[in-house]
Design a protein around this ligand. Structure first.
Ligand SMILES: [Zn+2]
Length: 421
């Protein structure tokens, strides 16, 4: 057993002094209780928080950094030229940056499945396993969200070069690979690796296939929805329905479901999301970068919808920024301050930190995200002597962490009881 005693420990929405966190040899938190002495010598200026969870990532898009800011649509070109080694290397870089920034787990929404001409690799799971291996080498907990992509997105007339690598001919081919992948993940015997399913979007998966994939799988289910107005218009033209209604009719709304973006959701859709017990994943730095719009975090919070955040396109890898933008973008929209109304008993800062930790862990069913006995010991050490935090009164530290800190204040992270600086 390893025991940690930091100056402050994040317990149930508050920073508590004088706590001890015991980590069992299996990497889980064995107990949380009163400290038996002063803080550890090197944790006198540390606040111990649950590690942040990046609930929506496309790791290979790390390779678009900079390139995409020159105004070119570089996604398909990048996807077209990556080989397995390149995908593995880019994923490692992205995952390393995530862990350095304070993320301890990732939901990797993975759709780059095939060789450049569309031929499956041998085994068909090769790219998914390369990404999982990259996360393991960087010590990041991962839920591989195995994505189905069955037809070209409406954004291009037909199969643009890169998209051939994403496409499966039918849901059966996708589900066959999903079963192979499930066996391979079990075979790894690694408690840091989980598996979920991700019909990419209503644009790229027809309605009957959405239903079939939902019925044939278990575990977390993630899907992009209501990201852009054009997606909604195209869906109306095809089905006479909004994308959300197509998902609903396909039976995809429920407690296992996380809806990615929901930028242009209407009030009725948010009410139905709450009633279904589904979660929303906002990706504010990506939504800002793409100019897609402001996600309805105010309405989602008021409706009690479970929420999480993701770095999505990797334009920024910074959990602090994702979280404070949930409130910040709503301030710009409403021309007011303190816009989100947190759940009863939670401060605004606590709500944001919950979204960044427990919210993501639950959306990925990973068993981390809180400093509680039984959860994985996935932690972040926040350096209170960082220039952004030094001198802040203890009573204001949660707000300073949520609104003023950056990854520079991350002194170390723990994943399954293993520490990395
Ligand atoms: Zn995405």
């Amino acid at each position: 057993v390893t025991s940690l005693q930091a100056a402050w420990t994040w317990i149930d929405g508050r920073l508590e002094p004088a706590c001890r966190v015991d980590i069992a040899d299996d990497g889980r938190i064995a107990a949380v209780g009163p400290a038996t002495g002063p803080p550890d010598r090197d944790r006198r200026e540390v606040a111990l928080l649950p590690g942040f969870v990046n609930a929506h990532s496309h790791a290979f898009q790390w390779g678009l950094r900079g390139v995409v800011q020159q105004g070119r649509d570089a996604l398909f070109a990048l996807a077209d030229r990556l080989d397995l080694d390149g995908l593995h290397a880019l994923s490692r870089r992205a995952f390393r940056a995530m862990r350095r920034a304070g993320y301890t787990a990732v939901g990797e929404f993975h759709y780059l499945h095939h060789q450049p001409d569309g031929t499956p690799y041998t085994p068909a799971t090769a790219t998914a396993l390369a990404v999982i291996e990259a996360a393991r080498l960087e010590g990041l907990r991962i839920c591989l969200l195995h994505a189905a992509y069955l037809r070209p997105s409406g954004l291009v007339a037909d199969w643009a070069a890169g998209q051939r690598r994403f496409r499966d001919p039918d849901p059966e081919a996708f589900l066959a690979r999903h079963r192979q992948l499930a066996d391979a993940v079990v075979g790894l015997g690694d408690s840091h690796v989980g598996l979920g399913v991700a019909p990419h979007s209503v644009r790229t998966v027809p309605a009957d296939a959405l239903a079939e994939i939902g019925r044939a799988t278990a575990g977390p289910l993630h899907v992009h929805v209501n990201e852009q107005r054009r997606e909604i218009e195209e869906c109306r033209a095809e089905y006479g329905l909004r994308p959300f209604d197509v998902l609903d009719r396909a039976g995809l709304l429920g407690g296992r479901t996380t809806l990615i973006h929901m930028t242009h959701a209407d009030d009725g859709e948010l009410a139905r999301t709450a009633a279904a017990g589904a979660a929303i994943c906002f990706c504010p730095t990506t939504e800002r970068d793409l100019g897609d719009g402001i996600g309805p975090s105010r309405a989602a919070t008021a409706s009690g919808i479970r929420q999480c955040v993701g770095s999505d396109s990797q334009a920024r890898i910074d959990p602090f920024e994702e979280l404070h933008l949930l409130e910040g973008h709503e301030r710009l929209r409403s021309e007011a301050r303190l816009v989100l109304e947190p759940p009863a008993g939670r401060s605004l800062a606590a709500h944001l930190i919950d979204v960044g930790t427990r919210g993501g862990a639950d959306a990925l069913q990973l068993g981390c995200g809180a400093i509680e006995a039984g959860r994985w010991a996935d932690l972040v050490e926040i350096d209170l002597s960082d220039p952004d935090l030094a001198g802040v009164e203890p009573g204001h530290l949660p707000e300073a962490i949520a609104f003023s800190a950056t990854p520079r204040a991350v002194r170390a992270t723990w994943v399954g009881g293993s520490r990395s600086e």
